[in-house]
Structures are given as C-alpha cells and as structure tokens.
Design a protein around this ligand. Structure first.
Ligand SMILES: Nc1nc2c(c(=O)[nH]1)N[C@H]1C(S)=C(S)[C@@H](COP(=O)(O)O)O[C@H]1N2
Ligand SMILES: [Mo]
Length: 197
C-alpha cells in the first residue's frame, strides 16, 4: 500500500523511532473526505483563551515571516519519511499576533472537514512547528492538506492537522478526533506513545 519499504541505513538508525519503517514515498493518510479549498477562501480563526479573537486571511498569513523547515515525518501506522521540506509560518511567528490569556494551557486544532487534534501549549509553541503552505518547494497539494496544514514534527503525524481552519485555546486539554478514539493524548514517537492505556 505504501510502496517500497526499506530498512534504515546505519546512519539513519538514530533518526528512526522504534517500531517505524522508512518509506521514500509520501503516503496520504486522511480519515474522511478531502476538502477542496482555494487559498483565498482559507480563514484561520484564533479564539478561546485569547485576549482578542482573530481571523486571519490568506493575505494576512502571507504577510507574516515565511520560513523553511526540513523535518522527519512519523505516522503511527508505522511509516516514517525523512527530510520532508516544508515552507510556511513558524508557530512562534504566528503567535506574535496573539495574546493568550494566562489560563491558556492547551489548543484544540480544528480542520475543514471536521477533524480535530489536541496539543498542550508546550507542544504547540515549539520553534519547529509550522503552519505549512509549501511542500518540496511547491504549493502544498490538496491531499497533503493544502492550502494550509499544521506540521508538528516532534509528535506522530496525526497531530499535523491538514486543512487547518481554527486554533481554539483552552484552559485544559480537550481530546481531538483520534485521541477520543484511542490514540495517545500526546503521541511522542520516541516513547512509542501510540495508544492511550
Ligand atoms: N484534517 C486531517 N488532518 C490529518 C489527518 C486527517 O485525516 N484529517 N490525518 C492525520 C494522519 S493520521 C497523518 S499520518 C497525517 C498524514 O499526512 P499526509 O497525508 O500528508 O501524509 O495527517 C494527519 N492530519
Ligand atoms: Mo497517521
């Protein structure tokens, strides 16, 4: 289903979390239908435990600092892809636009199509996390979450929400779609946090 798998080369072993197998392809993994959105239609709503709710348009997002990220991508279904090249807005740069209330502890990420996933504020505010619109130098393909997706490289890829439309800040963690359905609330691939106990 995912094409040719191969065992890690020696120099890659330390980059491949336990129980994962490398693939050179970039599989698509989506639960449910694939939303179809033109960039101009995209809105990012930021609400909940913030001093002032905001709605960012595509143009607003393009006006923020743009960054590149090369990161490994680990799906809980056991495939990993190394060195995925993303472009977009770093979460710390996005968050320059937002004043969180002191009681904010977590975020529930909402997607076009209804998918959700939860992150603690700590996991969300990482330097490496990206709101991505570009993949390998091209506009992010629709099936990989285009026009806009989250990339959270230090956690399993189900946290990297595709077709993002909202960031809801919360005073305590609320579980997202897969987390309600038995996946781990955090999902650190190095600790094999695949499922909740
Ligand atoms: N909106 C949405 N985001 C999603 C998913 C989804 O079904 N819907 N699947 C997740 C899972 S399980 C994985 S492994 C990655 C896959 O990203 P890809 O399809 O670009 O490889 O997206 C994540 N983000
Ligand atoms: Mo996944």
């Amino acid at each position: 289903m995912f094409g040719r798998f191969f065992t890690p080369k020696n120099q890659d072993t330390e980059r491949v979390p336990p129980g994962q197998v490398l693939t050179e392809k970039f599989p698509v993994l989506t639960y449910g239908p694939t939303p179809s959105l033109r960039p101009e239609e995209v809105r990012l709503e930021i609400y909940g435990q913030v001093e002032e709710p905001k709605t960012l348009s595509w143009a607003d997002l393009q006006n923020l600092p743009q960054s590149h990220l090369t990161a490994d991508f680990h799906c809980v279904t056991r495939w990993s892809k190394l060195d995925v090249q993303w472009g977009g807005i770093r979460i710390p740069d996005l968050m320059q636009q937002v004043r969180l209330k002191p009681q904010a502890r977590a975020v529930l990420v909402h997607c076009y199509g209804g998918y959700t996933t939860n992150l603690t504020l700590d996991d969300f505010l990482r330097e490496q996390n990206l709101l991505a619109h570009t993949l390998f130098g091209q506009p992010l393909p629709r099936d990989h979450g285009g026009p806009l997706r989250l990339v959270v490289p230090h956690l399993y890829a189900w946290k990297s929400a595709k077709w993002v439309r909202g960031l809801q800040f919360l005073d305590r963690e609320e579980l997202g779609f897969w987390e309600v359905n038995g996946y781990h609330r955090r999902g650190d691939p190095w600790k094999e946090e695949r499922f909740s106990d």
